[in-house]
Design a protein around this ligand. Structure first.
Ligand code: DON
Length: 571
């Protein structure tokens, strides 16, 4: 194995002297009680980058055992459901953008759907006021989970038996793994919510504090995963697991029912594909706004010589802010599940329309969201991202989520997994901001069976028809702007992959009318932006971007974000 490991970060823990004895499983060579985080690798045969070292390692083991990138991505996501429970999930949903070895582009939608009993004003009282946090916390917040259906749909392109792909997750849940410092801290932070939103206390509740190196064993989750292993998709959407979910709903006055689960389907859709300076960009179509937003933002800068303006200069940040503002204004007005609402996609990405949107762009002063509205169409903090690539030419970008950290905070009693709070991604009342400050209206109003608008932006950039950049990130509404900035950092500003991932990011989403910046953003640029009339707000970490870049010699350079325990593996 030839690899270049640029950074070794924290080395984790040995909890007692436990070692693994999982022969025949992808876990055989992985020790869940002692592992380190690796931020970068250059692989020759394949690479995986995800939010957790154990999940990335599982993915690479699957590649080594003859799996392709689809096998590895499925196994990695299932492992994340165990080792990264705040976002890795089986109770949430996600999107996959992939390019197959024979050159086909795929977009898989396994986004949660509103339950059959959901209705437009379900989070409003009779006077039309918001019912506090019901779209975010507890039983009423959950859409029908899509992840398990999504993974079985992805398995169509995999080579190995699904049983083999789920086995590492089962073992990690059954025998346990040690917590990183971040995870221990994160568990400590949700103790009150866990007690509040669960009547059957989950294993995450602890009377003393969680510490780095503590072992987490999840027997109920292991049993749920075994039912999926033994009965396939039905092991989740029907039978015992469905019963446990519906019973959980009854305990908390939720509305998710047997039919919602049984009828859920993951959908292959046409990927949203466009050209940028000779590169082909493949992104997610509705119900994710990601592909269209990225298209709009990149086209609005394409002819404006971004590279010449310089990275993080006032000129480039101002231009990018103004395109972000305009794209997000359109998101609020026009975007939603296209199976339910006619989203004018071709108009929104029309070159003339986008030029028109930039007509009032002034490079000397701040635009205003009170003045710049959605365009006129002449007709009617937690998610997680992973990338996998193999030497056959398969490349995969998956972003998956429970929405908020730990979703609704409700764990299905006896089944051991968190349910999502994705209902909050609908526009629950026109003009009222959701968790991420996003506003919306009719296009994204709640309706039974409809999928809530997402910002998740798993993306593959192709050069000469071959994968060049595989990218994505969590971060709610900041996702499309982070992906936008990462891609232009590489293509236009000529940054290295690490710089493109690690350098501070900024974000503007039309409303609120403010540029949010991460710490360490160049002070001089901020001062000049303020002088032009921009309001600046501070933000904690923006996203946790994962990138695999294909180098000119064909090797895979995988970089995990340093904003978390993100880890790159390869061989
Ligand atoms: O689908 C969406 O856009 C959101 N539910 C994503 C949430 C998210 O990224 C939270 N992570 N930081």
């Amino acid at each position: 194995m030839k690899k270049i490991c640029c950074f070794f970060w924290v080395i984790f823990f040995v909890a007692g002297c436990k070692t693994t004895s999982h022969t025949n499983s992808a876990l055989a060579d992985i020790n869940p009680f002692q592992f380190s985080v690796q931020k970068k690798i250059i692989g020759e045969n394949g690479a995986v980058v995800s939010a957790h070292p154990l999940a990335s390692k599982v993915g690479v083991e699957i590649l080594k055992q003859g799996g392709n990138a689809f096998d590895a991505a499925i196994a990695t996501q299932l492992a994340l459901a165990v080792v990264y429970p705040n976002a890795g999930n089986i109770g949430g949903g996600g999107f996959m953008v992939a390019r197959t070895a024979d050159g086909k582009l795929l977009a898989l939608d396994y986004r949660e759907a509103a339950p059959g009993k959901a209705y437009r004003d379900m989070y409003l009282d009779s006077a039309g006021n918001l019912l506090n946090d019901k779209s975010v916390n507890g039983h009423l917040a959950s859409g029908v989970p899509g992840t398990v259906a999504g993974l079985f749909a992805a398995a169509k392109y995999a080579k190995l038996d699904f049983k083999k792909l789920i086995q590492p997750a089962i073992e990690l849940a059954e025998k346990g793994f040690v917590l990183t410092g971040r995870e221990a801290e994160s568990f400590n932070g949700i103790q009150n919510d866990l007690k509040k939103f669960n009547s059957v206390m989950p294993v995450f509740v602890k009377e003393t504090v969680w510490k780095t190196g503590d072992t987490l064993i999840q027997k109920d989750l292991a049993n749920t995963l075994m039912r999926i292993r033994d009965s396939g998709q039905k092991g989740f959407y029907e039978g015992e697991t469905a019963k446990l979910m519906v019973e959980e709903m009854k305990r908390g006055n939720g509305i998710l029912g047997y039919d919602d689960l049984k009828n859920y389907t993951a959908k292959y859709r046409e990927p949203h594909v466009f050209n940028y300076k000779g590169y082909t960009v493949a992104g997610m179509p509705m119900p994710s706004s990601g592909g269209v937003l990225l298209h709009q933002m990149m086209k609005m800068v394409e002819k404006r010589n971004l590279g010449n303006l310089g990275f993080h200069t006032v000129q480039s940040v101002q231009l990018m802010t103004e395109v972000e503002r305009r794209a997000y204004a359109d998101r609020a007005e026009y975007m939603g599940d296209a199976d339910f609402y006619k989203v004018p996609v071709s108009k929104l990405v029309d070159d003339n329309y986008l030029e028109e949107r930039m007509k009032d762009y002034d490079s000397t002063k701040a635009g205003s969201s009170a003045v710049i509205k959605p365009g006129k169409i002449k007709e009617s903090e937690q998610t997680t991202h992973l990338n996998v690539i193999d030497k056959e030419g398969n490349a995969i970008a998956i972003t998956t989520t429970l929405n908020n950290s730990y979703g609704s905070k409700t764990v299905v009693g006896g089944a051991g997994f968190f349910l999502n709070d994705e209902m909050d991604d609908f526009s629950i009342k026109p003009g009222v901001p959701n968790l991420y400050g996003a506003v919306g209206g009719e296009a994204n109003a709640i309706a039974a069976g409809k999928r809530m608008l997402s910002s998740m932006t798993p993306t593959i950039v192709l050069k000469d028809n071959k994968p060049f950049i595989v990218v994505g990130t969590p971060g709610g509404t900041t996702i499309p702007t982070s992906v936008f900035q990462t891609i232009v950092s590489i293509i236009d500003f000529g940054l290295s992959t690490e710089e493109a991932v690690y350098k501070p990011k900024f974000h503007h989403q039309w409303l609120p009318d403010k540029i949010f910046v991460e710490k360490n953003f160049p002070e001089q640029t901020l001062a000049a932006l303020k002088k032009m009339g921009y309001a600046i707000g501070d933000r904690e970490a923006i996203g946790r971007t994962e990138v695999i870049k294909i180098l000119p010699d064909g090797k895979f350079e995988a970089v995990g974000d340093n904003r978390g325990d993100d880890d790159a593996e390869g061989w």
